[in-house]
Design a protein around this ligand. Structure first.
Ligand SMILES: [Cu+2]
Length: 245
């Protein structure tokens, strides 16, 4: 098959348009919809993986298309008994590609381990506190340091103050659940007889969904809670007021 350079350019251009469409589907330009300190870290990491993956993908597919469409040297491709196949490529280029890939993998590993450290080690301050969260079929129970204790089954939100790092110590009272705050990009396994730690630093007030991310029974999909991120004074008033939910 022989295609002119012009046709090759057209095909490459079409692929470019497809990739741009893909970008818009993911709303790259408008961000990825997260909020808080963890979303910044997580979305940066996602963008790095996606960006490097796109660079490699464009390189591989362009080369592939170029090979497919521009080869005219048919004679050397013919098999002749007794003649060695033609050696294509250049070992220096192969070595350079291996180096580039190694470099990409080093960047990705470094960024990934940094992110894991950030997620696993709560950066608390003097205002921080721990909420004990227990999963049950099919609701969440919240336990605050001052003894305040209620569940999501009556619709009461998990309340925390804005701009304060809050630690969650998560376990389960029955089966496996997973305590997830999708917008804040955290998900903590809720397992019986075991405490798992996670934390967030909410940077915007508002209501955010809490979901169970572990298939835990018939009504798993209804295991929905709400996180309410409040102004500090508002939170203090609620917290010291001793309201039950
Ligand atoms: Cu569950």
């Amino acid at each position: 098959m022989y295609l002119s350079k012009k046709t090759f350019g057209l095909i490459s251009g079409s692929i470019g348009v497809l990739i741009l469409t893909f970008f818009s589907i993911f709303n790259w330009g408008r961000g990825l919809g997260g909020t808080g300190a963890h979303a910044d870290v997580y979305d940066d990491l996602f963008t790095l993986y996606w960006g490097l993956g796109t660079v490699i993908g464009i390189g591989v597919y362009s080369y592939f298309l170029w090979l497919l469409t521009t080869s005219t040297d048919e004679e050397v491709d013919e098999m002749v008994i007794g003649r060695d196949p033609v050696v294509r490529g250049d070992s220096k280029v192969a070595f350079a590609i291996a180096l580039i890939i190694t470099f990409f993998l080093l960047i990705l590993s470094d960024a990934t381990f940094d992110s894991i450290d950030f997620f696993e080690e709560p950066e608390t301050n003097e205002d921080s506190f721990t909420v004990f969260v227990t999963g049950y079929q099919y609701y969440w129970e919240y336990h605050y340091p001052n003894g305040l204790n209620y569940t999501s089954s009556n619709g009461g939100p998990l309340r925390i103050p804005v701009d304060v790092p809050v630690v969650f110590e998560v376990s389960s009272g029955d089966v496996f659940h997973s305590f997830a705050l999708p917008e804040h990009r955290i998900k903590i396994d809720a397992l019986p007889s075991r405490a798992n730690i996670g934390w967030i630093l909410a940077e915007e007030t508002g209501e955010y969904p809490i979901r169970c991310f572990e298939l835990c029974g018939d009504y798993h999909s209804l295991m929905i809670g709400h996180l309410e991120v409040m102004e500090q004074e508002e939170f203090d008033a609620w917290y010291s007021g001793g309201m039950s939910s």
